[in-house]
Design a binder for this molecule. Sequence first.
Ligand code: GTP
Ligand code: MG
Length: 226
Amino acid sequence: MPALYNRDIPYCDDFYEFDYIKYPTEVKTVTFKFLVIGDYGVGKTAIVRRYAEGRFCSNYKVTIGADFAVKSVMRDKDVKVNLQLWDIAGQERYGFMTRVYYKHAIGAVVVFDVSRMGTFKTVVKWLTDLREKVALYDGSPVPVVLLANKCDIAGAAIPTETIKKFCRDHGIEKWFPTSAKDDINIDEAMDYLIDRALDVNHQETKCCDTVMLQGKSKSSKRCCFR
Ligand SMILES: Nc1nc2c(ncn2[C@@H]2O[C@H](COP(=O)(O)OP(=O)(O)OP(=O)(O)O)[C@@H](O)[C@H]2O)c(=O)[nH]1
Ligand SMILES: [Mg+2]
């Protein structure tokens, strides 16, 4: 009996059935770099840990420089997203390195602490810094999701209307009340940003293909990044 095994066919755990024959679906893999930024103590590391490791720690250990986590997620059964999450230190003394850390990011999670008004006021500073230092292949701003973290704390200081207005005024399409502690909306926020990044990736691929067809530039995955 001939071997029903061929190394040339991409292997995947997911199969679709048609007329009793099983075919492997081809899985496309993309790698995205997301930044997690915001003031010190707002819960950036807690959010990354909750998302990547599914756990929460109530101790506060200041991030020095930047931390890094990876997670792979499947989207629509045929797209595998390898996420690199860059957890950037919120303390001002480490801010001088952000240009290096931001390089090639395709999305950003901007976090503030709903119980501390000061951390909401500095969101604009983080946004400006981000938009000055990184942009998409066509020069447009990287997609951002705003997280109002620690929503488990009763009597949050910042009204919802204020946050909504801020988003409208600063071109932020989506925000979520989140809690890394109680695991509220963390996956939802990441899923939103992944979908936005997939849109960008799709557009970028089209842009690169066009450039190649015109024969003006060599093919490059990051052809248009700053
Ligand atoms: N109640 C509550 N506490 C949280 C939440 N997320 C984080 N914390 C706590 O807030 C403190 C600071 O969290 P971190 O994640 O270390 O803050 P950070 O933004 O990474 O701070 P830097 O590394 O200094 O920039 C820790 O004591 C966390 O346990 C949350 O959703 N709810
Ligand atoms: Mg941290």
